[in-house]
Ligand binder design. Sequence first.
Ligand code: NDP
Length: 330
Amino acid sequence: MAEVFYDEDIELSLLHQKTIAIIGYGNQGRAQALNLRDNDQTVIVGNVRDTSWEQAEKDGFEVYEVREAAQKADIIFLLVPDEVAPWVFETEILPGLRAGTVLDFASGYNITYGFIVPPPDVDVVLLAPRMIGRSVRDLFVAGRGAPSLVGVHQDYSGQAKEIVLALAKGIGSGRAGAVWSSFEEETLADLFGEQVVGASLFLTRMAYEVLREAGVSEEAALLELTLSGELSEVHKAISELGLWEQLKLHSRTSQYGQQTRGPRLVTEQTRQVLRGIMRDIQDGAFAKEWYLDQEAKAVHFRRLWSENLKHPFIEAERRAMKKLRLDAEE
Ligand code: NDP
């Protein structure tokens, strides 16, 4: 079992008189900055001059160019998208990086695959919320918190563990639990989870095609599969009750159908596919493939988007969303 830390186990005083620079005021950056400030921490923001910069100013933060914010900070949160982080680190942060600085990441990706190699005289810590940024903030405001995976890659100060736990408390994760992990474990779980759960997009789209072949209308098919919002209710029930316990909320016919037909789709062959996906993550093949595509101006990435947006499912969805009054107030 992993070790889990809560607010009462964590000392915030280690952060006293430290300046935290949030580099990248986006999904995670904004939420973490606001939560840290509400927990009495000194927070500044570094961003490119765009709407995120303006948002940070509107939220009352001092905002600087990335390089300047990083130089002013004792603790740097690198919260730009993973694919631009190596460039931001190399060009904007590394040249002015002082010994003893704490470098904080919200994802293990760049350290695990060596796209970022920090110098040996800094602490390198992981604080990865298991939640989208908006909810990291909303939960905090509601008096709750988003759980996080935390870990240490490099402990120059000898206090890296205590520091990352204090940061976890600062963003509200100590309310729900800061789970002791590592950059490598976070990367493995995160990539595998998103790639496998993401397969449901393709399963849903194929199910739509088969429903249409069987003569079901666009509206009926889409309401069944996506648009009614039933799916999000099921996911909510899964997180609250458990994967199998929530099944009891469905009709007995549905319970029987799910437990007999599911195993037809998910077979021992599927396990082999899952293991192949895991292998690609573990040996770096996926990261290399994605890196090479970005080097080639993301040609494959952009082609995938353009092909998938051409699928008839998308137009059908647009038509149905327009026609059905799914968000009507009354
Ligand atoms: P975003 O896509 O929201 O981008 C963050 C910020 O980075 C934006 O303000 C963006 O500015 C800025 N930015 C983009 N390019 C550059 C650049 N070249 N130089 C400087 N700033 C730049 O990122 P996320 O918050 O989604 O992700 C940040 C980290 O958090 C990542 O490591 C991610 O893996 C991790 N994470 C994300 C989660 C999520 O739910 N999103 C969940 C858990 C972890 P602009 O306004 O121009 O876009």
